[in-house]
Ligand binder design. Structure first.
Ligand code: NAD
Length: 504
């Protein structure tokens, strides 16, 4: 079970008191505040983080603005930026396992999962290192032969990145790597519930050669640090991942600086299973899709839509697997489902399930916290026969809870799948290729997986629609979204302008 992230934590903050990372250095919060960080596996305190204020945000934004304007990062060309990102990838790879342990300690996620994911994240830096010098504008053919027109892609300047607690390093990486490849500088505000690995990454990046001020991390509360950051007059672009309520506050706050936003929010993603599917794979895909990470995944496939002919058989397999899933210590290699990240989150999940059952839903398994455990555990839970308009059926639960519905034909499946304000992801399980193509076109989701689920790659954009947000991270799109277009016109003729008072 290793040292539960202890050694890495000690190296970063020997006294267990984490600071901000501003202008290439650890920095105490200006007003001295602290927030306690709890270990979800035990419920006990394990470290404190700095409780930032607007004064810390000012310092960090000033450092980022300075690094954007002057110094080695401002002077670096795209090839040189790529070179630094490759060095970051290399050092990140060598520290992946200790960062995984640190993240599991901080948010309770299964060590098996954080290890696999975090070992993959350096590839994002390599991918964007490779793309950095391949992005350019276009030479444009116009009807004006004496004028040369072209576009340039330029960085925004200071980017604010706000991330949630469920996958801090992943969601920081998908913003940092493309934004840096494009030449921006950043101030990152991780979740107050899991900030430590983002601080570790920033200091690792500095070690790898990223100049001071290029990446800064200010920790603290959303309503304090987050609010001050996204509304800061020198922030030119905001990349936000989190919940809808916070996103609405961010939208309102950026009405001052008009910083363009990308928003990656929640979901209630459907998994559609047809009678011709390989039911064993589908059952495993559904179980993993919703119970992995204790359901605390934005793409959790939390709505099962199954054809009525195979409903009972599939549900029986899912329930059998769900009952045998091992819930426990995230550091134990035998565990499949760790704790929820927050006590309040566990209590809320339990209350939603209890209310659904009161309203007539059938509880096929799970539903109650295991007795005698200190951490914030909740078992895989399957609910059937829900009223389609009940909160458990419609709202994001962000816990290990699957709600099951059946359909008679494709049209009904599509109608049910699309009957939600979200539009993040969907899964289709079928052996019929034509059906898979029909369905993936008809589903109102930004990512559709067929006969698989929760697959990611730096090369593939991950977007959102509806109340799941807008914009995309990943792929070339993810890099372009951190650039702004400039159009240039050059007069190539030596003739005088015929009538300067008339637009040509
Ligand atoms: P949250 O909205 O409570 O917090 C997210 C971040 O926003 C935190 O850093 C928080 O401090 C900050 N914040 C809160 N209020 C703010 C404000 N007024 N101004 C600026 N920043 C503010 O979300 P959470 O509970 O940490 O995370 C869970 C949510 O994140 C879920 O809805 C989940 O679906 C979503 N999520 C989405 C994706 C995706 O890629 N679509 C990925 C992971 C999580």
């Amino acid at each position: 079970m290793g040292d539960r992230g202890g050694r890495a934590a000690e190296r970063l903050a020997a006294d267990g008191r984490f600071q901000h990372f501003i202008d290439g250095r650890w920095a105490e919060p200006a007003e001295g505040g602290r927030l306690e960080s709890l270990d979800p596996g035990t419920g006990g305190p394990w470290c404190t983080i700095a409780r930032g204020t607007a004064a810390d945000v000012d310092r960090a934004v000033a450092a980022a603005a300075r690094a954007f304007r002057e110094g080695p990062w401002a002077a670096a060309n795209a090839t040189e930026r790529g070179r630094v990102l490759r060095r970051v990838a290399e050092l990140f790879r060598s520290r992946a396992d200790e960062l995984a342990a640190l993240e599991s300690r901080d948010n309770g996620k299964l060590l098996r999962e954080t290890t696999a994911l975090i070992r993959y994240l350096p590839d994002y830096f390599d991918y964007y290192a490779g793309l950095a010098d391949k992005v350019g504008g276009e030479l444009l053919q116009t009807d004006k032969d004496d004028l040369l027109a072209f576009t340039r892609r330029e960085p925004f300047g200071v980017v604010a990145a706000i991330t949630p607690w469920n996958s801090p390093l992943f969601l920081a990486t998908t913003k940092l790597a493309p934004a840096l490849a494009a030449g921006n500088t950043l101030v990152v505000k991780p979740s107050e519930h899991a900030s430590v690995t983002t601080l570790a990454l920033a200091s690792l990046m500095a070690e790898a050669g990223l100049p001071p001020g290029v990446v800064n991390v200010v920790t603290g509360l959303g309503g304090e640090v987050g609010d001050a950051l996204v509304g800061h007059r020198d922030v030119a672009r905001v990349a936000f991942t989190g919940g809808l309520g916070s996103a609405r506050a961010v939208i309102a706050r950026t009405s001052d600086n008009l910083a363009p936003l990308s928003l990656e929010l929640g979901g209630k993603s459907p998994q559609l299973v047809f009678p011709d599917a390989d039911l064993d794979s589908a059952a495993m895909g559904v179980v993993a899709g919703v119970f992995a990470a204790s359901g605390q995944s934005c793409v959790a496939g939390s709505r099962l839509l199954v054809h009525e002919d195979v409903r009972d058989e599939l549900l029986a397999r899912i329930v059998e697997r769900a009952r045998t899933v091992r819930v426990g210590d995230p550091f134990d290699a035998e565990t499949d489902v760790g704790p929820l990240a927050l006590a309040a989150q566990r209590d809320q999940v339990e209350a939603i399930v209890a209310r659904a059952v009161e309203q007539g839903a059938t509880l096929l398994c799970g539903g109650e916290r295991p007795a005698g455990r200190d951490g914030w555990f909740f078992p895989p839970t399957v609910l059937a026969d829900l009223a389609p308009d009940s909160p458990a059926a419609r709202e994001e639960i962000f816990g290990p809870v699957l709600t099951a519905f059946s359909f008679r034909d494709e049209d009904e499946a599509i109608a049910l799948a699309n009957d939600t304000p979200f539009g993040l992801a969907a899964g289709i399980w079928t052996r019929d290729t034509a059906r898979a193509h029909r369905l993936l076109r008809a589903l109102d989701a930004s990512t559709v997986w067929v006969n698989t689920y929760r697959v990611i790659s730096p090369a593939v954009p991950f977007g959102a629609r509806g109340q799941s947000g807008y914009g995309a991270e990943g792929g070339l799109e993810g890099l372009l979204s951190f650039t702004q277009l400039k159009s240039a016109w050059i007069n190539t003729s030596s003739e005088p302008i015929s009538d300067p008072f008339v637009m040509r």
